[in-house]
Design a protein around this ligand. Structure first.
Ligand code: ARG
Length: 286
């Protein structure tokens, strides 16, 4: 194939030289035609390579050949969390199923939640999968896959707290201290709603919950399923019945990485249609 491209290039150059003696217009046309041919050939080869073992039509490349590198923050049960040294959970299993469909091996990289988007954009990970909510602001920085799950921002308080509904946080004269995980929608929305002075950002949900137990904050705003896991793991906490926000979770990819995005979208569609994603979610959320 390299030979064909080289030959095409020689041809382009020869035509260019030849035409340079004649009319200018002619040159451009000929050059364009030859270049187009060479490009088409190259693209076809790339497609064939990427298709091997996947059965999908799109040509994609990954940051580590043969691997699907997933950026996450693994302190977010039941989506991603450690069991010993291994990261397990809904996102980890869905990612493994996507990787299998793409003929790739899954590799999970754990990092701060607010580093996921930059690592995807820097080309150190193929996708972020982290119970990440699709928001218009994030859509300006990354592309999102189709959604694979929905989420709810919930409020955790100590038993007997004066905060009994979400409205209490907005009551006249209320100045409740809110704990959140840095860079999450819980952080972004509550900072908007209640002001920076009242919101404390922790690196992960565990720390926010510890602060609530220690009396440093009056409530924690976090996604509902992690909230349930934290409440289950700690005495004396409850989740308010009323929720704070409804959201959709999706994988994020570097902007313009359309071939991989399409492949991931197709995989999610297939895994939704055949019940795989439902089964994974049901395994972790009773
Ligand atoms: N859904 C929230 C957001 O997108 C929180 C996600 C936190 N995920 C995590 N793996 N720590 O902002």
């Amino acid at each position: 194939m390299k030979k064909i491209i080289a030959m095409a290039l020689v041809l382009v150059m020869a035509l260019g030289l030849f035409a340079a003696c004649g009319e200018d217009k002619e040159t451009k046309k000929t050059t364009t035609a030859a270049t187009t041919e060479a490009t088409t050939e190259a693209t076809t080869e790339a497609t064939a390579e990427a298709t091997e073992g996947t059965g999908e039509a799109a040509a994609f490349t990954t940051v580590n050949p043969g691997k699907l590198t997933m950026a996450t923050n693994a302190y977010f049960p039941p989506y991603e969390y450690y069991e010993g040294e291994t990261i397990i959970g809904i996102d980890a299993e869905i990612a493994a199923a996507i990787a299998e469909k793409l003929g790739l091996e899954l590799e999970i990289v754990d990092m701060q939640f607010d580093s996921i988007i930059s690592s995807v954009n820097a080309g150190s990970a193929d996708m972020g999968l982290a119970g990440m909510t699709v928001t218009p602001e994030r859509q300006e920085e990354v592309d999102f896959s189709i959604s694979y799950a929905s989420g709810v921002q919930s409020i955790i308080v100590k038993e007997g707290s004066p905060i009994t509904t979400v409205d209490d946080l907005y009551a006249e004269g209320a100045a409740y201290k809110v704990g959140v995980q840095l860079g999450t929608t819980g952080d972004i929305y509550s900072t908007d709603d209640f002001g920076e002075e009242l919101v404390t950002q922790y690196t992960n949900g565990n720390e926010a919950v510890a602060a609530l137990l220690g009396g440093d904050v009056d409530c924690v705003i976090i996604d509902n399923e992690p909230a349930k896991a934290f409440v289950e793991a700690n005495e004396g906490l409850v989740i308010l019945e009323t929720s704070y926000a409804d959201e959709d979770y999706a994988a994020c990819l570097a902007k313009g990485n359309t071939a991989l995005l399409e492949a991931i979208d197709n995989a999610i569609m297939e895994l939704t249609a055949d019940g795989t994603i439902d089964a994974i979610i049901a395994k972790y959320i009773k």
